[in-house]
Design a binder for this molecule. Structure first.
Ligand code: ATP
Length: 513
């Protein structure tokens, strides 16, 4: 798909989210607040379903993972110990003509991705020219244009990696200049110097000025888990290896918050910290990498829509780190980070608090600070990925069009819509009876307005997997039609069987088994 088409598709998805009550710009009556969004009636259901699915996959399916819900505010020393006060920075750069602000590393990453795209396009072009006889591997290894692009890519990647490792801001600027990156708004290459910018929001706590002290809105949920690590371990009586899972808000004063709910300043993370014996972290890192990829696939994402991306620069706490990226309409971008965090956090909290955070291992009779493997996925980014993956504008056989959200049935905001074919002749009452009997087990929706075709279309646009229609035959033999969203096929089944049939279809366990 061309850049323009993917841009249009993304705009369509954003409009759809607003029109159908998934996501609204926040405080819109005051013209909204940049990069802040509210979740409407269907968005909040989808959000809760994804969150619950993650929670069950973590805590219910793993006997050695327990939950926690720590406060957003934490003692300010937490952030000194974690390194966030000194090192949670992004490099920013401004274009002097447009005054537009960018993250220097993101500008470079995007420019490098363009070189990769160019290589891929050369191969596609040659494939078209040579047809079946085309040998892609050979072409990539021998074509002079490709070789030149590859050499350029490797040279810039090497410089970029080193600049990030050395925190060399002048070199970052030089790479932007050498890559001839232009501002997308002004088109000019007139850049300021690169500066570091701390992403934490701070506020004051205390009623009197003299009592007040600066505290931070947590930039990640992980630290709430670390400071509670021993309490949780003791009260849940878990032995290493074990994990602590948490879902909650995090806040980052992002330099560039764009792309709808992909990057916002307030967002939700679903994090799990897995505590392991030192020396075994690599094994657990690999295990969790695979387990988390499997979870994402179970959301209905095709294999080619997901990929691993090894970090170019390791964060200050990590000895290995990988992202799981999803192919959004604006390209492959991070949806989850898996980090081997070593004993960095616990060791520092032990040092800064003066309290021992060691675990006594009954199997080895030793006390030690455990190593940690973290899985950290953004709830909002997962919602966006599910919506982008589900959104389809289909041309039907009869020439009409429909917008359908093919959300996996177990995540759908509404699972069953119940319609009387018409309101009269007692069909309305019968349909209401069916609705009332199903609502204990499923999220249901009742509607009697408009013709049945319009009602189906509306449910397709909300992603409702099953529509049940009550007609005159229902009054005679207690059967209804059940229509499946994606195939639009209808089947007649008896009312007594509805619960069993739908339960099977919306079963959340299918994807993970
Ligand atoms: P990025 O490189 O995109 O800024 P990150 O590497 O800083 O992300 P992590 O610190 O690994 O992100 O956070 C884990 C997850 O939290 C990310 O994979 C993402 O899904 C989510 N996340 C991070 N920042 C934001 C944000 N500003 N808005 C929405 N989700 C976010």
């Amino acid at each position: 798909m061309s850049k323009e088409n993917t841009q249009n598709l993304f705009q369509e998805i954003i409009s759809h989210c607003k029109e159908y009550g998934f996501v609204f710009p926040s405080s819109e009556i005051y013209d909204g607040l940049s990069a802040v969004y509210d979740y409407g009636p269907y968005g909040v259901e989808l959000k809760k379903n994804i969150q619950e699915y993650w929670w069950k996959a973590m805590t219910q399916l793993h006997e050695n993972i327990v939950g926690l819900d720590a406060a957003i505010f934490m003692h300010p020393k937490t952030w000194k110990a974690s390194g966030h006060i000194d090192a949670f920075m992004d490099p920013l750069i401004d274009n002097k003509d447009s005054k537009r602000r960018y993250r220097a590393d993101v500008l470079i990453e995007d420019a490098l991705a363009k070189i990769e795209d160019k290589i891929e396009k050369e191969a596609e072009k040659a494939q078209k020219k040579f047809g079946d006889a085309f040998d892609k591997e050979k072409f990539l290894a021998t074509n002079p244009n490709v070789i030149r692009s590859k050499e350029k890519l490797v040279a810039f990647e090497t410089r970029f990696k080193k600049a990030l490792e050395d925190n060399n801001l002048e070199e970052l600027k030089q790479i932007i200049v050498d890559l001839e990156i232009a501002c997308e708004v002004s088109g000019s290459k007139n850049w300021t110097e690169v500066r570091q910018f701390n992403l934490m929001f701070s506020t004051e706590v205390g009623s009197l000025a003299e009592d007040s002290s600066t505290i931070y809105l947590r930039p990640e949920t992980a630290q709430g888990i670390f400071v509670n690590f021993l309490q949780v371990q003791k009260t849940s009586r878990k032995k290493i290896p074990f994990g602590i899972a948490q879902v909650g808000k995090a806040f980052r004063n992002e330099i560039v918050a764009r792309q709808f709910i992909f990057r916002t300043r307030e967002f939700e993370q679903m994090e799990m910290q897995f505590f392991v014996r030192p020396g075994t972290q690599k094994e657990w890192y690999d295990t969790w990498k695979e387990a988390r990829m499997k979870w994402h696939r179970s959301l209905g994402f095709a294999q080619e829509s997901l990929k691993f991306f090894d970090h170019i620069k390791l964060a200050h706490y990590a000895d290995a780190a990988v992202d799981i990226q999803f192919n959004f309409p604006f390209g492959f971008k991070e949806i989850e980070g898996i980090h081997s965090r070593t004993d960095f956090d616990l060791k520092n909290h032990q040092e800064f608090s003066g309290k021992k955070l060691q675990y006594f291992d009954p199997e080895t009779n030793e006390s030690y600070i455990p190593y940690v493997v973290e899985t950290s996925v953004g709830l909002n980014r997962t919602i966006l990925a599910v919506l982008c993956n589900a959104y389809k504008n289909e041309k039907l056989e009869d020439g009409s069009e429909r917008v359908v959200l093919s959300i996996p049935p177990f995540l759908a905001p509404v699972q069953i819509a119940v319609f009387p074919l018409m309101k009269k002749d007692g069909l309305g009452e019968k349909a209401y009876e069916v609705f009332n009997s199903l609502k204990w087990d499923f999220k249901c929706f009742y509607e009697e307005k408009d013709n049945i075709g319009k009602r189906y279309r509306r449910q397709d646009a909300l992603g409702t997997p099953y529509c049940i229609t009550i007609d005159h035959q229902t009054l005679e033999d207690n059967t209804v039609t059940i229509r499946e969203r994606d195939t639009m096929q209808q089947e007649r089944i008896s009312i007594e069987k509805l619960k069993e049939v739908v339960s099977e279809k919306v079963d959340w366990r299918k994807g993970l088994r």
